[in-house]
Design a protein around this ligand. Structure first.
Ligand SMILES: Cc1cc2nc3c(=O)[nH]c(=O)nc-3n(C[C@H](O)[C@H](O)[C@H](O)COP(=O)(O)OP(=O)(O)OC[C@H]3O[C@@H](n4cnc5c(N)ncnc54)[C@H](O)[C@@H]3O)c2cc1C
Length: 404
Protein backbone atom coordinates (compact mmCIF):
# COMPACT_ATOMS: atom_id res chain seq x y z
CA UNK A 1 0.00 0.00 0.00
CA UNK A 2 1.41 3.44 -0.87
CA UNK A 3 2.11 6.01 1.88
CA UNK A 4 -0.76 8.39 2.65
CA UNK A 5 -0.48 11.91 1.18
CA UNK A 6 1.67 14.16 3.36
CA UNK A 7 0.22 17.25 5.05
CA UNK A 8 3.31 19.17 4.12
CA UNK A 9 6.31 19.14 1.77
CA UNK A 10 9.35 21.10 2.92
CA UNK A 11 11.82 21.86 0.12
CA UNK A 12 15.39 22.33 1.36
CA UNK A 13 16.97 20.58 4.35
CA UNK A 14 19.39 23.15 5.64
CA UNK A 15 19.08 24.02 9.31
CA UNK A 16 15.95 26.06 8.58
CA UNK A 17 14.03 23.50 6.48
CA UNK A 18 15.05 20.61 8.73
CA UNK A 19 13.90 22.54 11.82
CA UNK A 20 10.56 23.32 10.16
CA UNK A 21 10.07 19.66 9.18
CA UNK A 22 10.93 18.42 12.67
CA UNK A 23 8.67 20.88 14.47
CA UNK A 24 5.85 19.96 12.03
CA UNK A 25 6.36 16.24 12.64
CA UNK A 26 6.18 16.89 16.39
CA UNK A 27 2.78 18.48 15.76
CA UNK A 28 1.71 15.16 14.20
CA UNK A 29 1.80 16.53 10.64
CA UNK A 30 2.90 14.06 7.97
CA UNK A 31 5.98 15.65 6.38
CA UNK A 32 8.15 15.03 3.31
CA UNK A 33 11.50 16.86 3.33
CA UNK A 34 13.20 17.13 -0.07
CA UNK A 35 16.91 17.87 -0.57
CA UNK A 36 19.62 16.20 -2.68
CA UNK A 37 22.33 17.21 -0.16
CA UNK A 38 20.85 17.96 3.28
CA UNK A 39 23.00 20.31 5.35
CA UNK A 40 25.46 21.11 2.57
CA UNK A 41 24.34 24.72 2.00
CA UNK A 42 25.13 27.74 4.18
CA UNK A 43 24.49 25.58 7.24
CA UNK A 44 27.77 23.75 6.59
CA UNK A 45 29.85 26.94 6.73
CA UNK A 46 28.06 28.65 9.62
CA UNK A 47 29.93 29.23 12.87
CA UNK A 48 26.73 29.07 14.91
CA UNK A 49 26.89 32.38 16.75
CA UNK A 50 23.58 33.25 18.37
CA UNK A 51 24.51 36.89 18.58
CA UNK A 52 21.69 39.40 18.19
CA UNK A 53 23.59 41.98 20.24
CA UNK A 54 26.97 41.81 18.47
CA UNK A 55 25.17 41.53 15.11
CA UNK A 56 22.95 44.57 15.68
CA UNK A 57 23.61 47.52 13.45
CA UNK A 58 22.37 51.07 12.86
CA UNK A 59 19.06 51.18 11.02
CA UNK A 60 18.39 47.50 11.69
CA UNK A 61 16.36 47.55 14.91
CA UNK A 62 13.70 45.14 13.54
CA UNK A 63 16.48 42.62 12.81
CA UNK A 64 17.87 43.05 16.33
CA UNK A 65 14.41 42.50 17.88
CA UNK A 66 13.91 39.42 15.70
CA UNK A 67 17.33 38.14 16.72
CA UNK A 68 16.57 38.56 20.42
CA UNK A 69 13.31 36.63 19.95
CA UNK A 70 15.23 33.97 18.00
CA UNK A 71 17.91 33.55 20.68
CA UNK A 72 15.20 33.03 23.32
CA UNK A 73 14.00 29.88 21.48
CA UNK A 74 17.38 28.14 21.46
CA UNK A 75 17.57 26.63 24.95
CA UNK A 76 14.23 24.79 24.59
CA UNK A 77 15.05 23.78 21.00
CA UNK A 78 18.40 22.30 22.08
CA UNK A 79 16.76 20.52 25.02
CA UNK A 80 13.96 19.07 22.87
CA UNK A 81 16.47 17.83 20.29
CA UNK A 82 18.64 16.26 22.99
CA UNK A 83 15.57 14.57 24.49
CA UNK A 84 14.53 13.25 21.07
CA UNK A 85 17.94 12.01 19.96
CA UNK A 86 20.39 11.96 22.87
CA UNK A 87 22.61 14.24 20.77
CA UNK A 88 24.29 17.41 21.99
CA UNK A 89 23.96 20.42 19.69
CA UNK A 90 26.89 22.27 21.24
CA UNK A 91 24.86 25.10 22.78
CA UNK A 92 27.31 27.03 24.98
CA UNK A 93 26.03 29.91 27.08
CA UNK A 94 29.41 31.59 27.30
CA UNK A 95 28.73 35.15 26.15
CA UNK A 96 30.78 36.99 23.56
CA UNK A 97 33.76 39.30 23.83
CA UNK A 98 33.71 41.97 21.12
CA UNK A 99 37.14 43.51 20.70
CA UNK A 100 38.70 46.49 18.93
CA UNK A 101 42.20 46.23 17.51
CA UNK A 102 43.13 49.90 17.12
CA UNK A 103 41.87 53.31 18.16
CA UNK A 104 39.53 53.70 15.18
CA UNK A 105 38.07 50.25 15.83
CA UNK A 106 37.49 51.25 19.46
CA UNK A 107 35.65 54.39 18.34
CA UNK A 108 33.39 52.24 16.19
CA UNK A 109 32.83 49.74 19.00
CA UNK A 110 31.82 52.53 21.40
CA UNK A 111 29.27 53.81 18.88
CA UNK A 112 27.68 50.36 18.77
CA UNK A 113 27.63 50.14 22.60
CA UNK A 114 25.73 53.45 22.64
CA UNK A 115 23.32 51.94 20.10
CA UNK A 116 22.86 48.87 22.31
CA UNK A 117 22.00 51.12 25.21
CA UNK A 118 19.37 52.94 23.13
CA UNK A 119 17.77 49.64 22.16
CA UNK A 120 18.03 48.10 25.63
CA UNK A 121 20.52 45.42 24.56
CA UNK A 122 22.96 44.07 27.12
CA UNK A 123 26.63 45.00 26.53
CA UNK A 124 29.32 46.56 28.71
CA UNK A 125 32.69 48.08 27.90
CA UNK A 126 35.53 46.38 29.79
CA UNK A 127 38.92 47.57 30.87
CA UNK A 128 41.81 45.81 29.15
CA UNK A 129 42.58 43.96 32.39
CA UNK A 130 38.98 42.74 32.73
CA UNK A 131 38.93 41.66 29.09
CA UNK A 132 42.12 39.65 29.59
CA UNK A 133 40.69 38.08 32.75
CA UNK A 134 37.74 36.86 30.66
CA UNK A 135 39.98 35.81 27.79
CA UNK A 136 43.64 35.35 28.78
CA UNK A 137 44.71 34.65 25.17
CA UNK A 138 43.74 38.12 24.01
CA UNK A 139 46.64 39.75 22.16
CA UNK A 140 48.55 42.59 23.88
CA UNK A 141 47.80 45.10 21.09
CA UNK A 142 44.01 44.85 21.37
CA UNK A 143 42.82 48.36 22.30
CA UNK A 144 39.47 47.67 23.91
CA UNK A 145 36.64 45.20 24.44
CA UNK A 146 32.96 44.93 25.14
CA UNK A 147 31.21 42.00 26.79
CA UNK A 148 27.86 40.84 25.38
CA UNK A 149 26.84 38.30 28.05
CA UNK A 150 23.69 37.05 26.27
CA UNK A 151 25.27 36.32 22.86
CA UNK A 152 25.88 32.57 22.86
CA UNK A 153 26.82 29.89 20.35
CA UNK A 154 25.66 26.50 19.06
CA UNK A 155 27.22 24.01 16.65
CA UNK A 156 25.21 24.13 13.40
CA UNK A 157 26.59 20.85 12.07
CA UNK A 158 25.76 19.05 15.32
CA UNK A 159 22.30 20.65 15.38
CA UNK A 160 21.68 19.61 11.79
CA UNK A 161 22.83 16.04 12.49
CA UNK A 162 20.44 15.95 15.46
CA UNK A 163 17.56 17.27 13.33
CA UNK A 164 18.12 14.55 10.71
CA UNK A 165 18.34 11.92 13.45
CA UNK A 166 15.10 13.20 15.00
CA UNK A 167 13.39 13.17 11.60
CA UNK A 168 14.70 9.65 10.94
CA UNK A 169 13.03 8.50 14.15
CA UNK A 170 9.75 10.39 13.56
CA UNK A 171 7.13 8.01 12.14
CA UNK A 172 5.41 10.78 10.17
CA UNK A 173 8.51 12.26 8.52
CA UNK A 174 10.30 11.16 5.34
CA UNK A 175 13.52 12.63 3.99
CA UNK A 176 13.76 12.27 0.20
CA UNK A 177 17.24 12.94 -1.21
CA UNK A 178 16.06 14.56 -4.43
CA UNK A 179 16.11 18.04 -5.86
CA UNK A 180 12.74 19.76 -6.27
CA UNK A 181 12.28 20.51 -9.97
CA UNK A 182 9.10 22.57 -9.79
CA UNK A 183 6.11 23.40 -7.67
CA UNK A 184 2.76 22.00 -8.79
CA UNK A 185 -0.26 24.30 -8.90
CA UNK A 186 -3.93 23.62 -9.56
CA UNK A 187 -6.34 25.51 -11.82
CA UNK A 188 -6.93 28.15 -9.11
CA UNK A 189 -3.21 28.88 -8.78
CA UNK A 190 -2.90 27.15 -5.41
CA UNK A 191 0.32 25.25 -4.76
CA UNK A 192 -0.61 21.57 -4.40
CA UNK A 193 2.72 19.78 -4.34
CA UNK A 194 6.26 19.46 -5.63
CA UNK A 195 7.75 17.48 -8.51
CA UNK A 196 11.22 16.17 -7.77
CA UNK A 197 14.12 15.59 -10.17
CA UNK A 198 13.24 11.89 -10.43
CA UNK A 199 9.79 12.85 -11.77
CA UNK A 200 7.86 11.94 -8.60
CA UNK A 201 5.18 14.40 -7.55
CA UNK A 202 4.72 14.84 -3.81
CA UNK A 203 1.18 16.15 -3.43
CA UNK A 204 0.32 18.08 -0.27
CA UNK A 205 -1.98 20.92 0.76
CA UNK A 206 1.03 22.96 1.93
CA UNK A 207 4.58 23.46 0.66
CA UNK A 208 7.33 25.30 2.53
CA UNK A 209 10.19 26.61 0.37
CA UNK A 210 13.35 26.63 2.51
CA UNK A 211 16.03 26.46 -0.17
CA UNK A 212 18.25 29.25 1.12
CA UNK A 213 19.65 31.53 -1.56
CA UNK A 214 18.08 29.38 -4.30
CA UNK A 215 14.51 30.09 -3.16
CA UNK A 216 13.72 32.39 -6.10
CA UNK A 217 14.40 29.63 -8.68
CA UNK A 218 11.45 27.46 -7.66
CA UNK A 219 8.99 30.33 -7.55
CA UNK A 220 9.31 31.51 -11.14
CA UNK A 221 5.87 32.13 -12.60
CA UNK A 222 4.12 32.44 -9.22
CA UNK A 223 2.72 35.82 -8.11
CA UNK A 224 5.14 36.16 -5.23
CA UNK A 225 8.42 38.05 -5.14
CA UNK A 226 11.32 36.45 -3.28
CA UNK A 227 14.42 38.55 -3.97
CA UNK A 228 16.97 36.29 -2.32
CA UNK A 229 20.57 36.49 -3.57
CA UNK A 230 23.78 34.58 -2.77
CA UNK A 231 26.26 36.37 -0.49
CA UNK A 232 29.31 34.17 -0.27
CA UNK A 233 31.13 33.66 2.99
CA UNK A 234 34.14 31.59 3.96
CA UNK A 235 34.88 30.09 7.36
CA UNK A 236 37.97 28.19 8.47
CA UNK A 237 38.11 25.28 10.89
CA UNK A 238 41.18 24.90 13.07
CA UNK A 239 42.19 22.08 15.38
CA UNK A 240 43.51 23.82 18.49
CA UNK A 241 45.43 22.08 21.25
CA UNK A 242 45.40 23.12 24.91
CA UNK A 243 46.49 26.73 25.22
CA UNK A 244 45.71 27.68 21.61
CA UNK A 245 41.90 27.99 21.78
CA UNK A 246 40.14 30.92 23.41
CA UNK A 247 37.68 30.15 26.23
CA UNK A 248 34.80 31.93 24.59
CA UNK A 249 33.62 33.56 21.39
CA UNK A 250 35.87 36.47 20.46
CA UNK A 251 34.71 38.85 17.77
CA UNK A 252 36.46 41.97 16.71
CA UNK A 253 37.18 44.75 14.32
CA UNK A 254 40.73 44.76 12.99
CA UNK A 255 41.39 48.03 11.19
CA UNK A 256 37.75 48.13 10.17
CA UNK A 257 37.47 44.47 9.12
CA UNK A 258 35.16 42.23 11.15
CA UNK A 259 36.41 38.81 12.23
CA UNK A 260 35.32 36.18 14.77
CA UNK A 261 36.79 33.17 16.50
CA UNK A 262 34.42 30.54 17.87
CA UNK A 263 35.75 27.73 20.08
CA UNK A 264 33.79 24.51 20.54
CA UNK A 265 33.97 22.18 23.55
CA UNK A 266 37.06 20.09 24.30
CA UNK A 267 36.97 16.84 22.34
CA UNK A 268 35.79 18.42 19.08
CA UNK A 269 39.20 18.55 17.40
CA UNK A 270 39.83 16.58 14.23
CA UNK A 271 42.78 15.15 12.34
CA UNK A 272 45.91 13.17 13.19
CA UNK A 273 47.34 13.95 16.62
CA UNK A 274 44.14 15.41 18.02
CA UNK A 275 43.49 14.60 21.70
CA UNK A 276 40.43 14.87 24.00
CA UNK A 277 41.69 18.33 24.97
CA UNK A 278 41.70 19.59 21.39
CA UNK A 279 38.91 21.88 20.25
CA UNK A 280 37.48 22.87 16.92
CA UNK A 281 37.86 26.61 16.45
CA UNK A 282 35.92 28.34 13.68
CA UNK A 283 37.30 31.54 12.19
CA UNK A 284 35.04 33.66 10.00
CA UNK A 285 33.87 35.09 7.86
CA UNK A 286 34.35 36.78 4.54
CA UNK A 287 31.40 38.48 2.87
CA UNK A 288 31.39 38.58 -0.92
CA UNK A 289 28.51 39.57 -3.17
CA UNK A 290 28.71 36.70 -5.60
CA UNK A 291 27.72 33.20 -6.59
CA UNK A 292 28.04 29.98 -4.61
CA UNK A 293 31.60 29.18 -5.75
CA UNK A 294 32.74 26.49 -3.32
CA UNK A 295 36.48 27.05 -3.77
CA UNK A 296 38.16 28.98 -0.97
CA UNK A 297 40.18 31.97 -2.10
CA UNK A 298 43.79 32.59 -1.13
CA UNK A 299 42.94 36.18 -0.20
CA UNK A 300 39.97 35.12 1.93
CA UNK A 301 41.91 32.52 3.90
CA UNK A 302 44.85 34.90 4.34
CA UNK A 303 42.70 37.80 5.57
CA UNK A 304 40.78 35.66 8.08
CA UNK A 305 43.96 34.20 9.57
CA UNK A 306 45.75 37.56 9.64
CA UNK A 307 42.89 39.26 11.49
CA UNK A 308 42.12 36.35 13.84
CA UNK A 309 45.73 36.10 14.98
CA UNK A 310 45.89 39.87 15.48
CA UNK A 311 43.28 39.35 18.23
CA UNK A 312 44.47 35.92 19.43
CA UNK A 313 48.14 35.33 18.56
CA UNK A 314 48.04 31.85 20.15
CA UNK A 315 46.06 30.60 17.16
CA UNK A 316 49.39 30.31 15.32
CA UNK A 317 49.81 26.90 16.97
CA UNK A 318 46.51 25.50 15.68
CA UNK A 319 46.23 23.25 12.61
CA UNK A 320 44.19 24.54 9.67
CA UNK A 321 41.90 21.64 8.77
CA UNK A 322 39.15 23.08 6.58
CA UNK A 323 38.11 26.09 4.55
CA UNK A 324 34.39 26.19 3.80
CA UNK A 325 32.86 28.69 1.39
CA UNK A 326 29.06 28.74 1.05
CA UNK A 327 26.44 31.31 0.04
CA UNK A 328 24.20 33.02 2.58
CA UNK A 329 20.65 33.83 1.49
CA UNK A 330 20.68 37.65 1.43
CA UNK A 331 17.60 39.88 1.02
CA UNK A 332 17.30 43.60 0.21
CA UNK A 333 16.54 44.50 3.85
CA UNK A 334 18.68 41.79 5.52
CA UNK A 335 15.55 40.22 7.03
CA UNK A 336 14.17 36.74 6.29
CA UNK A 337 10.86 35.80 4.68
CA UNK A 338 8.87 33.62 7.06
CA UNK A 339 5.34 32.26 6.82
CA UNK A 340 2.38 32.20 4.42
CA UNK A 341 2.66 34.09 1.14
CA UNK A 342 -0.88 34.73 0.05
CA UNK A 343 -0.49 32.10 -2.71
CA UNK A 344 -2.68 29.37 -1.22
CA UNK A 345 -0.58 26.44 -0.07
CA UNK A 346 2.76 28.26 -0.34
CA UNK A 347 4.84 29.15 2.72
CA UNK A 348 8.38 30.54 2.90
CA UNK A 349 11.27 30.05 5.30
CA UNK A 350 14.21 31.68 3.55
CA UNK A 351 16.41 34.77 3.32
CA UNK A 352 18.00 34.35 6.76
CA UNK A 353 21.27 35.86 5.54
CA UNK A 354 23.80 35.96 8.42
CA UNK A 355 21.42 34.68 11.10
CA UNK A 356 19.80 31.46 9.92
CA UNK A 357 21.20 29.41 12.78
CA UNK A 358 20.07 31.97 15.34
CA UNK A 359 16.62 32.13 13.77
CA UNK A 360 16.02 28.46 12.88
CA UNK A 361 14.02 27.51 16.02
CA UNK A 362 11.87 30.65 15.87
CA UNK A 363 11.32 30.23 12.13
CA UNK A 364 10.25 26.63 12.61
CA UNK A 365 7.79 27.56 15.35
CA UNK A 366 6.40 30.46 13.30
CA UNK A 367 5.97 28.45 10.10
CA UNK A 368 4.28 25.58 11.91
CA UNK A 369 2.00 28.03 13.72
CA UNK A 370 1.07 29.50 10.30
CA UNK A 371 0.38 26.03 8.92
CA UNK A 372 -1.91 25.24 11.82
CA UNK A 373 -3.66 28.61 11.66
CA UNK A 374 -2.24 29.70 15.02
CA UNK A 375 -0.86 33.13 15.86
CA UNK A 376 2.88 32.77 16.60
CA UNK A 377 2.48 35.72 19.01
CA UNK A 378 5.94 37.18 18.37
CA UNK A 379 5.62 40.88 17.40
CA UNK A 380 9.17 40.95 15.96
CA UNK A 381 8.09 38.47 13.24
CA UNK A 382 6.06 41.21 11.53
CA UNK A 383 9.33 42.46 9.97
CA UNK A 384 9.84 39.05 8.33
CA UNK A 385 6.47 38.97 6.55
CA UNK A 386 6.85 36.61 3.57
CA UNK A 387 4.76 38.82 1.29
CA UNK A 388 6.49 42.15 1.88
CA UNK A 389 8.29 42.24 -1.49
CA UNK A 390 5.21 41.23 -3.48
CA UNK A 391 3.52 44.06 -5.36
CA UNK A 392 -0.09 44.42 -4.23
CA UNK A 393 0.86 42.36 -1.16
CA UNK A 394 -1.06 39.11 -1.26
CA UNK A 395 -0.60 38.06 2.35
CA UNK A 396 -4.12 38.98 3.33
CA UNK A 397 -5.56 36.61 0.70
CA UNK A 398 -6.98 33.38 2.10
CA UNK A 399 -4.22 30.91 2.76
CA UNK A 400 -4.47 27.19 2.89
CA UNK A 401 -2.50 25.55 5.65
CA UNK A 402 -1.84 21.90 6.30
CA UNK A 403 -5.00 19.97 7.13
CA UNK A 404 -4.78 17.79 10.19
C1 LIG B 1 30.38 31.74 6.26
C2 LIG B 1 29.06 31.75 6.96
C3 LIG B 1 29.01 31.91 8.34
C4 LIG B 1 27.76 31.97 8.99
N1 LIG B 1 27.71 32.09 10.36
C5 LIG B 1 26.51 32.15 10.98
C6 LIG B 1 26.43 32.25 12.39
O1 LIG B 1 27.45 32.27 13.08
N2 LIG B 1 25.20 32.32 12.97
C7 LIG B 1 24.04 32.30 12.24
O2 LIG B 1 22.96 32.37 12.81
N3 LIG B 1 24.09 32.17 10.89
C8 LIG B 1 25.29 32.11 10.25
N4 LIG B 1 25.34 32.02 8.89
C9 LIG B 1 24.10 32.09 8.13
C10 LIG B 1 23.42 30.74 8.10
O3 LIG B 1 24.37 29.76 7.74
C11 LIG B 1 22.28 30.75 7.09
O4 LIG B 1 21.44 31.85 7.30
C12 LIG B 1 21.49 29.47 7.25
O5 LIG B 1 22.33 28.35 7.08
C13 LIG B 1 20.37 29.42 6.25
O6 LIG B 1 19.81 28.14 6.39
P1 LIG B 1 18.90 27.54 5.26
O7 LIG B 1 18.45 26.21 5.74
O8 LIG B 1 17.86 28.56 4.88
O9 LIG B 1 19.84 27.47 3.98
P2 LIG B 1 20.97 26.42 3.60
O10 LIG B 1 21.73 25.94 4.76
O11 LIG B 1 21.72 27.06 2.47
O12 LIG B 1 20.14 25.18 3.06
C14 LIG B 1 19.39 25.25 1.86
C15 LIG B 1 19.20 23.82 1.41
O13 LIG B 1 18.32 23.84 0.28
C16 LIG B 1 18.72 22.83 -0.60
N5 LIG B 1 18.15 23.13 -1.92
C17 LIG B 1 18.42 24.18 -2.74
N6 LIG B 1 17.66 24.09 -3.86
C18 LIG B 1 16.90 22.97 -3.72
C19 LIG B 1 15.92 22.34 -4.53
N7 LIG B 1 15.54 22.85 -5.73
N8 LIG B 1 15.33 21.21 -4.08
C20 LIG B 1 15.67 20.68 -2.87
N9 LIG B 1 16.59 21.23 -2.07
C21 LIG B 1 17.21 22.37 -2.48
C22 LIG B 1 20.23 22.85 -0.56
O14 LIG B 1 20.77 21.61 -0.95
C23 LIG B 1 20.48 23.15 0.93
O15 LIG B 1 20.68 21.96 1.68
C24 LIG B 1 26.56 31.90 8.23
C25 LIG B 1 26.63 31.68 6.86
C26 LIG B 1 27.87 31.60 6.23
C27 LIG B 1 27.92 31.35 4.75
Amino acid sequence: MSDPQPDLVVVGAGIVGAAVAWRAAREQLRVVLLDPAPGDGATRAAAGMLAPVAESWFGEEPAARLGVAGAARWPAFARDLADATGLDVGLRAVGTLVTAYDGDDLGELRRTVALHRTWGLDSTELTHADARRLEPLLGPRVRGAVHAPSDHVADPRAAHDALLAALGAAPRATVVRQRARRLRTDATGAVVGVEDAAGTTHRAPAVVVATGWQAGDLLDGLPVSVPVRPVRGQTLRLDAGPGAAPRQVVRGLVQGRPVYVVPRDAGTGTGPGTTPEHREVVVGATSEEGPDDRRATAGGVFALLRDARALLPGLDEAALVEATPRARPGTPDNLPLIGPTGVPGLHLATGHYRNGVLLAPLTADAVVAGLLGRDPDVPALAAADAGRFTTGNLTTAPNRGAHR
